[in-house]
Ligand binder design. Sequence first.
Ligand SMILES: [Zn+2]
Length: 419
Amino acid sequence: MVTQSEAPRTMHIGVPHIEQHGERVRLIADIDLGGGDIRPLWAEVDTCYGQYLCSERSDAFLIGLLHYAMCNHYDVVCEAPVTAEILLRLRTILIPALVHNSRVMHETQIEAPIATEPIPNAGAVGTGLSCGVDSLHAVKSLLACPIPGFSLTHLCNFDVGAFWRPEKSDENATRQAQWSRNHAKDCAKAIGLPLLTLDSNLVALFRQNHGIVNLYSNLFAILALQHLWSAYFVASLGYGMAGFSVVDAERIDSAHYDLLLLDCCSTSTLHLCVEAAALTRMEKIRDLVDWPLAQQFLHVCHRFVGPNCGACQKCLTTQIILDALGKLDAFGQAFDVAQYQAHRKRNLRWCYEQTLSPVGDCGMTVAAYALLKAEIPWWIRGGGAHTLLGASLLSCVFPESGAPTATQGFRALAPSSHW
Ligand SMILES: [Zn+2]
């Protein structure tokens, strides 16, 4: 990251164009970072969707790279026009909001021709399908949406960096992305809607933390297809309204300000919406537990290629919540329930310990503990010196032979009384 005191550099976004690439079609623009560093950034879709790629605007490339530009002290020059509404909101709302609440982000200046003509589109309504909690909640909700013009027509699987991690090889990330895509294809088939897949070299060209820039990367994919969408719903990541923030945007998940960012990127013909902005992850799980497609396809694990591992933080947290709701048995196709039950005592102890230092799970373990608290004795909850004593005594409270089953005990805790 470049310091504020240095003179800004200039990023030139070339005029986008469309190329056939085997069975797929690419929207490409050269990104010139100066000094001969020119990177051809592309988004690729099946040929049947090529007609919907938007090559007459710079919108997708500008938004996709905006966080990178602000964190690396770039001003941006776009050779192709930027949609007027987007440019106005970036200049007057988003960029000032981020800069005023960050000590390191650069107030990126944008120079571009301005386009005022609306972009015609095919009237499609889309949302992503990763098969995680947020994604499935969005799909379930939108399938039942009674508002005319907002009926879901397409499910999407964008490979724009979700599986890339600094510690992983590109090959591993590719395998995981492919498994996830195949799983999404099976789910989309069961739902009965087409799955639009989009690939990009965005993360390969511009190494960024997807946990921070995920919304910018998804908007790159969405805006690349501006001739398709009249509306697109991005699933909230479960922070809830209380989690809205633009403070230190260089290092927080961009989903913390999804309402602002999507509003800034909407146009007169494209409505970008946050699905379930006010709900927490826990509340979303509550809404999903009785949906057969969620019971079959829920996939929360990012640890390995393949089905839910059952042991990572996301898998454990989700299983514990399902357990607390008395619904774990219904998710036997998504999780190894027998494995969870065999180690249930340890899992409950882990849940309690997580509440002492909750990190990165949208407060899910805290919420799960709120449901489980009645089953965990007071000396376990005490913390401090009591914690060690309590943890050691937990096995006495929940001996394997007497441990409650997944469907016992917690059912008495009606979810509605705890949300
Ligand atoms: Zn896992």
